[in-house]
Ligand binder design. Structure first.
Ligand code: ADP
Length: 621
């Protein structure tokens, strides 16, 4: 039991070790997956950071070239008009409103598809000539920002206006503008080059549409005013992008564009969902512009997300397996714990059972001791009773022996004298006297037989009888014995026969053996009806001699077979009422055979006959 409990405990601690190992493995896998994810994320960022830097450089270069070519066109128109050194406003207007000026303007911008329009404006804001149509429709641009800017600012600086929606075409345009003065420095008007916001946007689209729906590209004025963008959205064009004001601080000023990550509203959506972006800002060298290009995490984390999906899948599969195993282990642990508990319960039950058994044992021991004392006392009293009985028996035997002796003396006188009288030795007797004297003689003899038998029995019981063994010839012995009975048998009309099988010498007390055989033969004669057969058979064997007396007499009932060996036992039958007997013959015979070391037995069937038999053991050699 203890070994089992120990093994269970051992199993239990092994389980915990395995579980600890499983959990450690799980944690290690989680850490590894986390680390791999982190590195993969970093790699993805680095990769796209480089890519985005390249993109930023491209659009910055594109913006620079576009602005440069627009400036070339602006400079061309401006310098031609300045060189004219107009003396008055009238000169100026007369010159610029000519049809040839319309052609000249068109010529200067034709080669540049980004330039939407070239315009010459009077100092009151009225369009004097422009490339769209000739003569120009009556348009006044006096309310435009560039007009206000140049009006009070003397000099040849180029102003980059905010984008405005063309009133005729409904398209966004921003302007590069220069102030025109006459030879005296008086303000004449402005030269404008309108750049198509759409064209920029289309260019961006053509180049960068593969960057996904969340990609954004924009060109900003240095005050974060949105000049153009892709995707093009009316709501952001010509507005200051407040986020960009903040983001500028994140990027380097001048030099190589630097990427950074932001999380802000997805401008494509009407919803206010947040989107993670990677952005790069590039400064347009020589112009007060900068570009911004940003892509959504759907693009720059594309590979990482794929990796993440796979790794998450692998991790969840691993987790499932781990959970499964841990559950299995826990289940088994629960089973083992239950077993452990059961064993403990069993142990407790056994202990209490042992206590009960111990108590019972003690009780039993006490009772055995008590009983032993009782038995010892009983034994003592039995021994005492036995000795008393033996004593009484001895007294009885002694008394009988003495009494028999005392009785036999007068009885012999009675028998002797009655026999003499019966023979009429002392004179004649009448018939009655002769009959009575005969009865006295017969009764005396019967009494003597009885006394002799009682005496024999008493001697045997008191242990006074001793065997007087000798070796004698069997055949001779059997024949002599039979002679003593032959007469009586013949008188009863019976046939008597004998057989001796084997070489026959016998060692026994000859007198006592003869007494037994005579008793058996006499009984056989007594209890067999005339015409019957009596047999005395002897079988000599290596270590014993068997004697049997068989008759074809009346037999004995089965329930009386045991009783016939008892003292004074006479079975009531039709013959023993008429035959004389004492009921002691078989009792004495049985004891005499027992003294010789044998046993007297009987087999009988009423109406068929009886067989009395016994064996005398013989010493070999
Ligand atoms: P008894 O002097 O009456 O013969 P035994 O002790 O010799 O006394 O025999 C006891 C009884 O056993 C007899 O009374 C008789 O009924 C029965 N008995 C003995 N021998 C035989 C026999 N050969 N056949 C039938 N009955 C027998």
């Amino acid at each position: 039991m203890n070994t089992r409990a120990y093994a269970t405990e051992n199993k239990l601690s092994n389980r915990w070790l395995v579980q600890l190992g499983g959990v450690s493995l799980g944690v290690a896998t989680a850490l590894l997956t986390g680390a791999l994810n982190y590195f993969e994320y970093q790699t993805a960022e680095d990769q796209y950071s480089d890519h985005l830097t390249d993109l930023s450089l491209s659009i910055t270069a594109h913006a620079q070239q576009s602005l440069y070519s627009a400036n070339v066109a602006l400079e061309g128109i401006y310098s031609e008009l300045i060189e004219r050194r107009f003396s008055s406003e009238e000169d100026f207007k007369a010159y610029v409103t000519r049809p040839s000026e319309f052609s000249s303007l068109n010529q200067k911008i034709n080669s540049n598809p980004l330039i939407d329009v070239a315009t010459v404006v009077a100092k009151d804001g009225r369009v004097l000539n422009f490339t769209r149509s000739y003569p120009p429709p009556p348009i006044n641009l006096g309310d435009r920002d560039y007009f206000a800017w140049h009006k009070n600012r003397i000099g040849s600086q180029t102003f980059y206006s905010q984008p405005v929606k063309n009133r005729g075409t409904d398209k966004w345009v921003f302007y590069l503008t220069k102030r025109l003065d006459d030879r005296n420095g008086e303000f004449l008007g402005l030269v404008l080059i309108g750049m198509s916001v759409d064209s920029f946007s289309s260019f961006y689209k053509a180049l960068f549409s593969h960057l996904g729906s969340s990609a954004r590209i924009a060109l900003y004025r240095d005050d974060s005013l949105v000049m153009t963008s892709w995707p093009l959205q009316d709501k952001i064009i010509s507005k200051v992008d407040s986020k960009m004001v903040n983001q500028l601080s994140m990027s380097s000023v001048g030099g190589m564009p630097k990427t950074f990550i932001t999380v802000d509203a997805d401008l494509n959506e009407t919803s206010d969902s947040q989107i993670k972006r990677m952005s790069a800002i590039g400064y347009v060298d020589g112009y007060p512009f900068f570009t911004s290009v940003s892509i959504g995490s759907d693009i720059f984390l594309q590979n990482y997300r794929r990796f993440l999906t796979y790794s998450l899948f692998a991790a969840s599969a691993g987790l499932c397996i781990l959970v499964f195993f841990i559950r299995q282990f826990l289940k088994k642990d629960r089973l083992i714990l239950n077993e452990f508990r059961e064993i403990k319960l069993l142990q407790e039950e056994l202990l209490s059972a042992k206590e009960v058994v111990d108590t019972q044992n003690q009780d039993l021991e006490r009772r055995v001791q008590q009983r032993t004392v009782e038995i010892a006392e009983k034994h003592k009293s039995l021994v005492w009773s036995h000795s008393q009985l033996e004593r009484a028996n001895r007294f009885k035997s002694e008394f009988l022996a003495n009494m028999s002796h005392e009785l036999r003396t007068p009885l012999n006188a009675i028998i002797g004298f009655s026999e003499l009288l019966h023979r009429r030795t002392f004179g004649p007797l009448n018939d009655k006297q002769h009959e009575y004297v005969g009865d006295i003689h017969a009764s005396g003899k019967h009494l003597l037989t009885l006394i002799n038998d009682v005496l024999d029995l008493a001697k045997i019981e008191s242990g006074q009888i001793a065997l007087d063994s000798s070796t004698f010839e069997l055949l001779d012995f059997v024949q002599t014995t039979l002679i003593l009975t032959r007469q009586r048998a013949e008188r009863g009309g019976l046939k008597i026969q004998f057989s001796v099988e084997g070489e026959g010498r016998c060692v026994a007390d000859k007198t006592k053996l003869r007494q037994v055989l005579l008793n058996l033969l006499t009984n056989a004669i007594k209890y067999t009806l005339p015409g019957g057969v009596i047999s005395l058979n002897v079988f000599v064997r290596s270590d014993e001699i068997q004697f049997e007396v068989i008759d074809t007499g009346i037999g004995i009932a089965e329930d009386q077979l045991v009783e016939i060996f008892d003292d004074f036992r006479q079975v009531d039958n039709i013959l023993n009422r008429t035959t004389e007997g004492t009921g002691l013959g078989l009792a004495i015979s049985k004891r005499l055979i027992e003294i010789h070391g044998g046993t007297l037995k009987v087999e009988s069937q009423p109406g068929v006959g009886s067989r009395f038999y016994f064996s005398l053991p013989q010493q070999n050699g």
